[in-house]
Design a binder for this molecule. Sequence first.
Ligand code: ZN
Length: 217
Amino acid sequence: MKSRLNNKFKLTEVVDDELLTKYETGINLKKIEEIYKTFLLEIGEDINRDGLRKTPYRVAKAWGFLLKGYFEKLESIVNGAVFETESSDMIVVKNIEFYSMCEHHLLPFFGVAHIGYIPNKKILGLSKFARIVEMYSRRLQIQERITNQIAKAIEDVLQPKGVAVVLDGYHLCMMMRGVEKQNSHTITSSLRGVFKEDYKTREEFLQIIKMKNEFIG
Ligand code: ZN
């Protein structure tokens, strides 16, 4: 993905050096800024009025952050955090917040991700699951794809006996436009290995993600 974007957006002028260093993005933010100036003019706005003068710059900067997942690598994220284990009990990390941008409307969708796996001699540091979710969310996405990408990443890194990923998300493109269904949320799941084959394992996972958190309700 990195090379594709790099080819597309040749790095010429830089809006914010610090931002570029931080997210190692290959996106030409100056160009994005220009595009948003044109956009504002096109909808009849005065781009020199107080509230809008720096808007194209701010929007470009925001996109740099919202797309940073394209420039992250799974190997660097999990680096050094894979540990050995003898246990083959289920591990579940739930309620990992995610924020993403829908590739059909460029509007946000967001919610929580739940990840479960049964180790096969290897486990991953807990914080890394949130980083993996973040890497795949901070791109132009659809929820189904993020769900599958997370499951595949965990399979690739740990070769577990099974992995289950469930994402529960609200889509602003559904809530703010078109059908305007404010309360509908979308649930996607990817079940692999024992979670797919064994009914009991799957049920245990589903029970765990349904349990209320005692500390935050
Ligand atoms: Zn959409």
